[in-house]
Design a protein around this ligand. Sequence first.
Ligand code: NAD
Ligand code: MG
Length: 299
Amino acid sequence: MAVKDLYTLQDPTKQYPQPKFRSQKQSVPGLDSKMTPKADHGETSYRGSGRLPNRKALVTGGDSGIGRAAAIAFAREGADVAISYLPSEESDAKEVIALIEAEGRKAFAFPGDISNERFARKVVKDAYKKLGGLDIFAAVAGKQHAVEKIADVTTKQMEETYRVNVFALFWMCQEALAVMPKGGSIITTASIQATHPSPSLLDYAPTKAAILAFTRALARQVAEDGIRVNCVAPGPVWTPLQSSGGQPAKKIPAFGSETPMKRPGQPVEMSPLYVLLASQESSYVTGEVYGATGGLEVG
Ligand code: NAD
Ligand code: MG
């Protein structure tokens, strides 16, 4: 489902589908193409206005969900965009690459597992080389797997969640900072879970709190180098992360109903935050957390 126009005055509670949704379950990592209803990543709805002229951007998790929305918006705003994703997500990624190229921008694809340190570092170095620079690093990739009881959280899952959400972010920021020019922007992705954790997300929620603290600390460290570091903290957003085990399957039909807006957000509703934080317009903004939660409030 996609609204044609994000810019016409309208009731935001009715702008996108509201629960109840159909029951649906995918295996990890899940594909956008298998979601019902289809999510809006801005394919037909996001309009660029020249806010990122000739920028070079890397977006992790750029194949689907929030990362896909950010990648499309960056390209529409004038950026060349590299995306990273897991090899099993190739079909989603191909669509994003085509959408970026349709804007007349360069697009590069980096399939692979960023929980592997060597690969994570290589993605940033290779993206820098292929793009001919790196001005924007949007770290959107994430792993979330709900488990009802603490006794059932395996060490393997704990490790994977921390490696993808925290370690990879750390490694990739190290590489990005080695090559970014003054004016560069790093955008991390936390969650409402950082401050309002769900009982079934005992490993995931603390990784999101770590991302918040990391963002604030790094922002203060690199401000004098002319690099800004900020965080987007979404509430519930309609993406394959959720229907591939991010939520207990029984919660998908009512997903988003707990928000004051009584619906989940769509990925494209996160795009303006990534664009603002990436652009020079937010030159005095660093170490900040921007929420988009349908009214749940991060903090
Ligand atoms: P998504 O499944 O569309 O995106 C997550 C992406 O992470 C995947 O597409 C995949 O490419 C990438 N990824 C996961 N493990 C990886 C690995 N080992 N190696 C390389 N890439 C890997 O779901 P999304 O909801 O758009 O998630 C994007 C970010 O938003 C995540 O950080 C998530 O924690 C965060 N978030 C999502 C919600 C929500 O309700 N959907 C809410 C708050 C925060
Ligand atoms: Mg995906």
